[in-house]
Design a protein around this ligand. Structure first.
Ligand SMILES: Nc1ncnc2c1ncn2[C@@H]1O[C@H](COP(=O)(O)OP(=O)(O)O)[C@@H](O)[C@H]1O
Ligand SMILES: O=P(O)(O)OC[C@H]1O[C@](O)(COP(=O)(O)O)[C@@H](O)[C@@H]1O
Ligand SMILES: [Mg+2]
Length: 325
């Protein structure tokens, strides 16, 4: 029988649409089970600075549909130090918080793993990042919304690209991960999709594009991940402009619009499921796991595997980009 009476919940790293739905789910599931809930503002930095807020049923009302995070988020440099983590653990304990639910990405889970190892503090991770780069879950909260936001923007770009018969280089987010770029590329029918996970030499990029242009497509869309080895859309443009001076080319960096907006139904349902699963995992005595959905079933994975085992890009999806271009 687990004796936890109070839990903490925080959002950390890059925010993602659906984080609010996850906070709501964690809060309501914990209250339902008779636990108290404290919100920690600004991610791990809030634990270091004891920035706490009591969470009640109504604290989380009218927010399942909102992007961003009511608890705010941060990238905390201090939490990367042993002194910062000690301060955080002391503050959490003096507030009566006995376990933490951390909603975030690979960095957040890395920090949570270390906090658990150094201070014996139970940490359950809920995957929330538009990057979808965590193993142990088919999708992370926010990924579906970001994908649809990027797609909506690119469909509009295609209209004007087609009208002027131009080439567009469109950059989507993903410093280290190309999941968003890959599925955006497939869904918008991009002629070329470039990801950090696949090395494509600039010579090959040029040959592919020349081939497409010679076949007289009316418009050309290149989707490039922010972290692709080409350096992203601007740098790619610099490398192409001399050889492609005959083609009217424009660059569009989608940027942070992909991080905001109302979460899709799929992200709201995912967040709702994972919040409840996280509270159940804590009550079942787990101390360092991530909750995920795999093949439509809740799955618990050691927190460490979530960030240390690199999630791989499906080759079947990569093949689509080549066959369907
Ligand atoms: N190696 C680490 N040790 C301790 N804390 C870390 C570590 N990596 C990340 N963190 C903490 O987690 C926060 C969020 O990580 P970050 O990589 O910025 O975002 P995300 O969780 O979305 O991947 C960091 O700002 C830092 O406070
Ligand atoms: O908002 P920032 O700090 O510029 O970070 C941008 C990065 O955050 C992300 O949007 C999300 O990444 P994380 O979930 O790892 O924080 C990346 O796609 C992007 O590279
Ligand atoms: Mg990350």
């Amino acid at each position: 029988m687990n004796t936890i009476k109070k839990i903490g919940v925080l959002t950390s790293g890059g925010d993602s649409p659906g984080m609010n739905a996850a906070i709501r789910s964690v809060t309501r599931a914990a209250l339902y089970k008779g636990l108290e809930v404290t919100g920690i503002r600004y991610g791990y930095q809030g634990a270091i600075e004891a920035d706490f807020v009591e969470m009640k049923k109504l604290t989380v009302s009218n927010m399942i549909q909102r992007g961003g995070t009511i608890l705010k988020s941060a990238r905390s440099a201090e939490f990367r130090t042993p002194e910062g983590r000690k301060k955080a653990a002391e503050n959490l304990r003096s507030q009566g918080i006995e376990a933490l639910v951390a909603i975030g990405g690979d960095g957040t889970f890395q920090g949570g793993t270390i906090l658990q190892q150094e201070h014996g503090f139970p940490v359950i991770g809920i995957p929330g990042t538009i990057d979808n780069d965590l193993s142990g879950t088919d999708e992370t909260i926010g990924y579906d919304t970001a994908l649809n936001t990027a797609l909506d923007a690119i469909d509009k770009i295609r209209d004007t690209a087609d009208a002027h018969e131009r080439m567009f280089l469109v950059e989507v987010m993903g410093r280290d991960a190309g999941f968003l770029a890959l599925e955006t590329g497939i869904a918008c029918g991009a002629e070329l999709t470039l990801l950090p996970e696949t090395l494509v030499h600039i010579k090959e990029v040029k040959e592919t594009l020349r081939n497409i242009l010679t076949n007289k497509k009316r418009s050309t869309l290149v989707v490039v991940a922010e972290g692709d080895e080409s350096g992203g859309a601007m740098e790619l443009y610099s490398n192409l402009k001399e050889d492609f001076s005959d083609i009217d080319t424009r660059v569009c960096v989608l940027g942070h619009i992909q991080r905001g907006g109302n979460p899709t139904a799929r992200d709201r349902v995912l967040a709702s499921r994972l919040g409840v699963a996280a509270v159940n995992a804590l009550l079942d005595g787990h101390v360092s796991v991530m909750v995920g959905v795999v093949n439509n079933n809740i799955k618990l994975t050691p927190l460490k595997s979530g960030w240390s085992k690199k999630k791989s890009i499906q080759t079947e999806l990569l093949d689509l980009t080549k066959i369907l271009k």
